[in-house]
Design a protein around this ligand. Structure first.
Ligand code: TGC
Ligand code: FAD
Length: 391
């Protein structure tokens, strides 16, 4: 099925992208066809993370794409980053997740808030995939309210002592470094780089997920971990630090979800033309056409929204509530399209012969992580009314 992919572009959004954007898109799409699609169903069925793909993504230059070349990164615009996320998530949300975390949640904070030494030490290796990172914000008792986190650092003169635990962390056990957020003695949130193998640090895997099965999720446990002082991110204090990283990741997810939606729609459209019931293709039935027409309408709206968001980000004009709106809308759109596509395929829709059920299950995580569907609604509510529903 994969090689038959015919991505919908009803409003000719293709014309809005530069030649460079199209070249990037086509090289990532080719890589997904060649390296991801042949193995991803099996990896998900076996609940295994295809680690070799991380190295391949690094070789292709898919990490930290918006970071300058002096740190070994491609120095592309944000629209390119979005296009890459769409193509990766067409393959599988797990693959896009790995790239999101590496680029937006690990490389971005080091680039934005790190010392020059930290940038030189980590960014080039993260760019090539020689090093893998993870991002620890969520805790067992604090998901939507990270500002109440319990993880703490104490200043011990020549080092910090880190205690606490993070949960639901993408790439946890495969990461060489973790960007971890913790409160100091004054209750101020600080960012730290924690290296794998340091005494008192463990990263147990969370097993039995029905979603993002080709991605590693786990905990980060810190038991009196001595963190060298040079591992603190010097140029940020407060919750806005991790939230700025989330802006970058949520931006990418808004683009990424369209890839999953397009794959589901394309699969369902093709199937509906081939599958006959009552001696007619099911595509001829009005109820099938309603589903397909509504899917295409929603994909088209999301494509236009993200293109505009990309333009605003490239012009440094996008604000975080706009990104929340796009993340919320596009992931919900993709999840609905996955459900409707699954219906169009009937029983075949639940099998691994088609990508739909895999996308559907993945999107159940995507609608929760990086801020739940309802949290993003409340962010929009805050922005338009000036009244916080959180406080
Ligand atoms: P609040 O008092 O509103 O804000 C605290 C400070 O932060 C500033 N701020 C932001 N800054 C930058 N970007 C944003 N989006 C920001 N939102 C708020 C704010 O101006 C303030 O600054 P200052 O200088 O006055 O101190 O904070 P709150 O405690 O009321 O919480 C706000 C809320 C609920 C919106 C926020 O905490 C939130 O977004 N919660 C959701 C948590 C979340 O998204 N977690 C994601 C964890 S990482 C993850 O899921 C990775 S999945 C990766 C993958 O596999 O792809
Ligand atoms: P809760 O915050 O307990 O929310 C439960 C429900 O209550 C939700 O429906 C929520 O919308 C609702 N709710 C909460 N507060 C309010 C309110 N004020 N008003 C109305 N409704 C509210 N985190 C990381 O730090 N790093 C990672 O790499 C990472 N990767 C993840 C990977 C996966 C596969 C998953 C599933 C999660 C990951 N997360 C990660 C965690 C993710 O960000 C959190 O799951 C998410 O922020 C929600 O937190 P929670 O699960 O604790 O839900």
């Amino acid at each position: 099925m994969a090689t038959q992919y015919n991505p919908p572009d009803y409003y000719l959004t293709d014309e809005l992208f530069s030649d460079e954007h199209k070249i990037i898109r086509s090289s990532v799409r080719d890589w997904v066809n060649k390296s991801v699609l042949p193995i991803i169903e099996d990896a998900c069925q076996k609940h295994e993370c295809p680690l070799h793909l991380i190295k391949e993504m690094g070789e292709l230059g898919l990490f930290g794409t918006f970071i300058p070349e002096k740190y070994g990164c491609p120095g592309l615009d944000h629209t390119s980053y979005g296009i890459i996320m769409t193509e990766l998530e067409r393959g599988d949300s797990s693959i896009r997740s790995t790239a999101s975390v590496q680029s937006s949640l690990v490389m971005y904070p080091i680039f934005k808030f790190g010392s020059e030494e930290q940038k030189q030490k980590y960014l080039p290796k993260l760019a090539t995939g020689e090093m893998v990172g993870c991002f620890g914000l969520t805790e067992p008792n604090h998901g939507s309210d990270p500002g109440n986190m319990d993880t703490k650092i104490e200043d011990k003169g020549d080092h910090y002592l880190l205690n606490g635990a993070k949960m639901w962390i993408t790439n946890s056990s495969i990461a060489d470094i973790a960007v971890v957020w913790a409160k100091d003695e004054n209750g101020i949130i600080r960012g730290l780089i924690v290296e794998k193998g340091i005494t008192g640090f463990s990263a147990p895997i969370t097993k039995g997920k029905w979603s993002l099965r080709a991605s590693v999720t786990g905990e980060l446990v810190f038991d009196n971990v001595k963190i060298p002082k040079e591992n603190i991110l010097p140029n940020i204090k407060g919750l806005k630090g991790p939230l700025m990283c989330l802006n970058s990741a949520r931006y990418g997810i808004a683009w990424g979800a369209i890839g999953a939606a397009m794959d589901c729609y394309d699969t369902a459209l093709r199937y509906s033309k081939e599958r006959k019931q009552f001696n007619k293709p099911i595509a001829s039935f009005q109820l099938t056409q309603k589903k397909l027409a509504e899917m295409l309408t929603e994909i088209t709206k999301a494509q236009l929204l993200t293109w505009r968001m990309g333009k605003l980000k490239d012009e440094n004009k996008v604000f975080s509530a706009q990104i929340s709106m796009a993340k919320r809308n596009n992931v919900n759109m993709a999840l609905n399209i996955a459900r409707e596509s699954r219906q169009i395929l009937g029983a075949m829709g639940i099998t691994g012969d088609f990508p739909i059920m895999r996308h559907l299950m993945n999107l159940e995580s995507v609608i929760t992580y990086e801020g739940t569907h309802d949290i993003h609604l409340l962010i929009t509510g805050f922005d338009i009314t000036g009244e916080s529903a959180f406080a």
